[in-house]
Design a protein around this ligand. Sequence first.
Ligand SMILES: Nc1ncnc2c1ncn2[C@@H]1O[C@H](COP(=O)(O)OP(=O)(O)OP(=O)(O)O)[C@@H](O)[C@H]1O
Ligand SMILES: [Mg+2]
Length: 312
Amino acid sequence: MIQFSQVSKFYAGKPVVDDLSLTIADGEFTVLIGTSGSGKSTTLKMINRLVEHDHGKILFAGEEIHAFKPQDLRRRMGYAIQSIGLFPHWTVEQNIATVPQLLKWPKAKIRDRVTELLALLHLEPALFRGRYPHQLSGGQQQRVGVARALAADPEVLLMDEPFGALDPVTRSALQQEVARIHQISGRTVVLVTHDIDEALALGDRIVLLDQGKVVQQGTPRELLQRPATPFVREFFGRSDLGIKLLAQAQVAQRVRPGQAEGEPVAASLTLRDALSLFVARGTRCLPVEDEQGRPLGVLHLDDLVEEGGDGH
Ligand SMILES: Nc1ncnc2c1ncn2[C@@H]1O[C@H](COP(=O)(O)OP(=O)(O)OP(=O)(O)O)[C@@H](O)[C@H]1O
Ligand SMILES: [Mg+2]
């Protein structure tokens, strides 16, 4: 759906994106990660033509992006950035409604959509729709920024460190929200981050950039278990590799029949959180339940250790 073929971008004669080839499939959640200055934001901005590439081809929906008017591209692609960029003299409602207004949606439809999005991002609609950006906390502003990007239900969501300035709790809540929106809508998401845990938690596919080049791309598990170069291994960190791998799998994948004492844990919990519970409760066996609270069996501490293989 979005395809880069040998794309380069030069500033002052130097390539900041260098011969980049990359395919982002429909409905996929792709994370671009890398050190500062590796070309992540530039790559993202070339997708909606905020930055024009110098060489190579970028295809969107099978056509060269040059075939689209930039404004059409931006209506089809939501864009959220760390610095938010809300219009200061517009209310939350007007900010969120930017693209629907451009698309000339009927007033009632816009109002309903704003209500829906505010609720989705846990901002009480009656309380927030009439406020101005300066009347919101940084985290609330970022949520409005994400709501604005989602407003016209774009085919593609481009996000450049959208949770940057948030505390860990709010950040984690917003990450889960975006993951949920991605699951429900099945939209294509491209997220830029330099937070490894965020990349591993959210990405179906991770693209690691260094000096404008792709060092490795693959599933989180592939990058963790089969790093292509020492740089990749270093980047994802050797010390807590095991913990990161545990975070990639869920209790449901390791349940076996049986019964155990204690408060049941959800099958959807990550094995990383389960490990934490084993230690906190001083036990080697936890009862597991499904979403409806029905008993599913047990998780054994020993079953975590088998994780070292391919995860099955
Ligand atoms: N408009 C510009 N003019 C000149 N150089 C630029 C411009 N925009 C970006 N660059 C340079 O291109 C390189 C890549 O920048 P880019 O913003 O894509 O990096 P990034 O990976 O997003 O970094 P960060 O994690 O710090 O946001 C950097 O060296 C940057 O200085
Ligand atoms: Mg950047």
